[in-house]
Design a protein around this ligand. Sequence first.
Ligand code: SF4
Length: 177
Amino acid sequence: MSSKHSEAETRAEFGFERSVCACHECTANCKFIPGYLVPADIERISRALGYTNVVTFALENLAASPGATVMNAEGRVFQIPTLVPQRKANGSCKFLNAQNRCSIHAVSPFGCAFFDAHQSTDEANRKSSRGLQEIAGQWIAGRSSLYAMIWRLLFSAGHRAIPPQVARRRMEEAAGK
Ligand code: SF4
């Protein structure tokens, strides 16, 4: 086992352990809905790809997504904008390689690394809520937030991801649903 592989296997975030499955079902999202980054992913992925400047990394690799639609305890619906990997012309994640594998597996975004097609909806919701809570905190922090600053920069520069619900519909259509 390579040290890179070990790093991926043992990675944890918010008390969750990463998933490592790369079956057809699990990589389907990579072709349509690349997972979102939590704040810690920005520097982690940037560093792993050899960038010394996170803004350059973001401009070359990330996009501003309208993000997740969530409902709070009072029933108010709101949007949490997220950073996601840029897509290729065919809509798949730019990090999906020709062998249908993630080229940044060891450091893939939280929205990818901690989810797979075999976990329960409850587990996926728990993880997703935790990640989105972290991102919401960045938006609340306002000007001091690197996450929000990068999102705004990408949005202004035209690096915008399609809404997740549009990508999900395309995925379902491709699967014949
Ligand atoms: S970063 Fe990797 S795991 Fe995430 S969508 Fe892209 S190819 Fe798939």
